[in-house]
Design a protein around this ligand. Structure first.
Ligand SMILES: Nc1ncnc2c1ncn2[C@@H]1O[C@H](COP(=O)(O)OP(=O)(O)OP(=O)(O)O)[C@@H](O)[C@H]1O
Ligand SMILES: [Mg+2]
Length: 257
């Protein structure tokens, strides 16, 4: 009889998609028989484990979908090395609240100061907070949009990039682009404006955006929308990439005056 009940419980757990408890039912029952928790504590433990398992799976799936180019976390970021990064602001952004308000983040700075690292770290934190994220380099983004346009499918592609709650656009302005690309980017930024967050990393000060975009008007229209509800960080300092080289004496330290 108890075997019948056990099988029925198993079946119900699967039907209710409580897969973790379904998989661990025997172990959980043995543990309960040993520790003799109260009914409430037993139920509490089952639900805790199921919720935790679902959260872990959801985060892993969200990280896969985000297509981050590498594994970087905010915990690994050495804030002491880059004091121009406002650690308090990064911690606040990591809660993901900015995504609920569709605010943007702009990270400015020269090579190697940790813009992409912070973008990925924040992206992961936003996934953990329960939002969808997609990471894309500016080059890949513009190539995909240009191809979609030439195939008459720009609407679909704009919808694809319009969907994630946070779209990370890395390396804006590293290569100058044509007017046509600037117009495509404008369409994306305008579509997401006040609806979904953008995180942009760039090595170009805003004064250079007109030159990068090949069109002052479009650059101004993009900037206006990006900056309206935004958190900006200007990272100054040494390249983390060159730090170790300098230590090894391969590169001379900056001249001290
Ligand atoms: N403060 C830091 N603490 C720990 N690692 C760092 C820090 N800053 C940068 N790094 C590491 O240094 C490398 C370069 O950083 P990153 O790619 O984020 O630079 P970037 O600002 O995006 O540069 P680029 O403009 O050339 O793309 C990465 O491996 C990154 O993890
Ligand atoms: Mg980078």
């Amino acid at each position: 009889m108890s075997e019948l009940v056990r099988a029925r419980v198993q079946e119900h757990l699967v039907k209710l998609r409580l897969g973790h408890v379904a998989d661990r039912l025997d172990a959980l029952l043995s543990e309960a028989a040993r520790a003799e928790p109260t009914y409430l504590d037993f139920l509490d433990e089952l639900l805790r484990q199921e919720v935790q398992s679902k959260q872990t799976k959801r985060v892993a799936m969200g990280i896969t979908i985000a297509h981050f180019p590498s594994v970087k976390t905010l915990e690994e970021f050495d804030f002491k090395f880059q004091p121009s990064v406002d650690a308090k602001l990064v911690r606040e952004l990591a809660t993901g609240r900015f995504v609920a308000q569709a605010d943007n983040i702009l990270l400015f700075g020269p090579p190697g100061v940790g813009k992409t690292h912070l973008a990925i770290g924040l992206g992961r934190a936003v996934v953990e907070a329960g939002h969808s994220v997609l990471f894309v380099s500016t080059t890949a983004l513009l190539a995909t949009l240009a191809q979609a346009e030439s195939e008459g499918k720009l609407g679909d592609q704009l919808a694809y990039y319009g969907k994630p709650k946070l779209l990370i656009v890395d390396e804006l302005g590293y290569l100058p682009f044509e007017k046509r690309s600037a117009h495509l980017l404008y369409q994306l930024v305008a579509r997401r404006y006040e609806k979904g967050s953008l995180l942009v990393t760039t090595n170009q000060p805003v004064t250079q955006w007109g030159a990068v975009f090949g069109d002052e008007m479009t650059a101004a229209a993009i900037l206006d929308r990006l900056l309206h509800h935004s958190h900006t960080m200007l990272i100054q300092g040494e390249s983390y990439r060159l730090r170790q080289k300098k230590r090894a004496g391969l590169i001379a330290p900056p001249h001290q005056s």
